[in-house]
Design a protein around this ligand. Structure first.
Ligand SMILES: Nc1ncnc2c1ncn2[C@@H]1O[C@H](COP(=O)(O)OP(=O)(O)O)[C@@H](O)[C@H]1O
Ligand SMILES: [Mg+2]
Length: 318
């Protein structure tokens, strides 16, 4: 049995039908294991020990899905596993939550490793493998961005470095009279960095989400933009489709695997468009429900098996 705490968004904010955290919690309950949750707001530290105002919760297939019980103050060291599953925005509160998780003793497995969550900004981390990424410029300077766009062979994409769910991602091209104005908006008048990237036409076939456990690809699907929108994000209406894992996809996964394993990034979702890696999602990847359906698998069960094996291995070496 595992005693697991989920640090997550409030239960009434969870869209059960597409939520991987719900699936993970449900899997624990299916095994007869207890489950607890708290939000980042409910974490606190006393004398260097992190505690939470924690809700024991039953999780069911049938509505209302979550059945919270009375909250109690508990140290996080009481748990075998603490899952950080708060959704972005990745802001200073998010970073601070990882500081609180740093204080949890090593006898508790914190996933993903809070140091690595902090280190691996989803879009910037991918650029540590530039040969796998589309040609990319990160800058605050509008002049430099315009220069890059001038020299691009085709369309370009501009996106905020801290975006998610397709928010603020724009497609444009050399000669677009809105270009300068869009860059002013995205950089807040050169106060924040923007990511400018060559546009990959294969996005029309979809943005591939590949789920990796310990760097090993375990599930994949395509998110196809809806007509009239260029973005392959489910949040903005992209539809999901089954697909294959190509040789190139496997090459990308193999290149990332040693680093991901090394950094304690057990559960990661990468985005691949055409032949290119565009994102490495480490904070709170999703896609279990859709991939389970498309690939006839149960990713949450496979993940819990891995976590259990890891906890047991740690106990043996301790
Ligand atoms: N280089 C690119 N070429 C074509 N489309 C892109 C590119 N980068 C991003 N997009 C489009 O924007 C969407 C979101 O981009 P992404 O970088 O994954 O940011 P987010 O964190 O918002 O999901 C993608 O699904 C895709 O439709
Ligand atoms: Mg994305």
């Amino acid at each position: 049995m595992l005693r697991t705490l989920f640090v997550m968004d409030p239960l009434d904010k969870i869209q059960v039908s597409g939520d991987s955290t719900y699936a993970l919690m449900r899997e624990h309950r299916r095994r007869g294991w207890p489950v607890w949750m708290c939000t980042p707001h409910e974490l606190f530290a006393r004398q260097g020990q992190t505690w939470g105002h924690i809700t024991p919760v039953d999780v069911t297939d049938a509505a209302p899905h979550f059945h919270p019980q009375a909250r109690v103050d508990l140290p996080l060291s009481d748990f075998d596993v603490v899952w950080m599953r708060k959704d972005p925005p990745f802001d200073m509160s998010y970073v601070f939550t990882t500081y609180l998780l740093d204080l949890v003793p090593r006898s508790t497995l914190v996933l993903n490793d809070p140091r690595s969550i902090r280190q691996a900004n989803e879009k910037m981390f991918a650029l540590q493998w530039p040969e796998l990424c589309p040609t990319t410029l990160v800058t605050r300077e509008i002049r430099r961005a315009l220069d890059f766009i001038d020299k691009a062979p085709g369309d370009i994409v501009m996106k905020p470095w801290d975006g998610n769910g397709g928010r603020g991602v724009l497609v444009s091209r050399r000669g677009d009279p809105n270009l300068r104005s869009m860059l002013e908006l995205l950089t807040s008048q050169e106060q924040i960095w923007v990511i400018v990237q060559h546009y990959i036409p294969e996005i029309l076939q979809g943005d591939k989400r590949i789920i990796l456990f310990d760097g090993e690809p375990v599930g994949w699907m395509l998110r196809v933009p809806q007509p009239g929108d260029h973005r392959g994000n489910m949040h903005v209406g992209a539809t999901v489709q089954a697909c294959d894992l190509t040789e190139r996809d496997q090459e990308i996964c193999a290149a990332l695997a040693p680093r991901l394993a090394d950094m304690g990034l057990l559960f990661v979702g990468i985005d691949v468009i055409g032949r290119y890696l565009t994102e490495i999602n480490v904070t709170s990847p999703t896609g279990f429900r859709e991939i389970n359906h498309l690939m006839d698998t149960c990713l949450e069960a496979r993940l819990v098996d891995r976590v259990l094996a890891r906890v047991q291995a740690r106990k043996e070496t301790a």
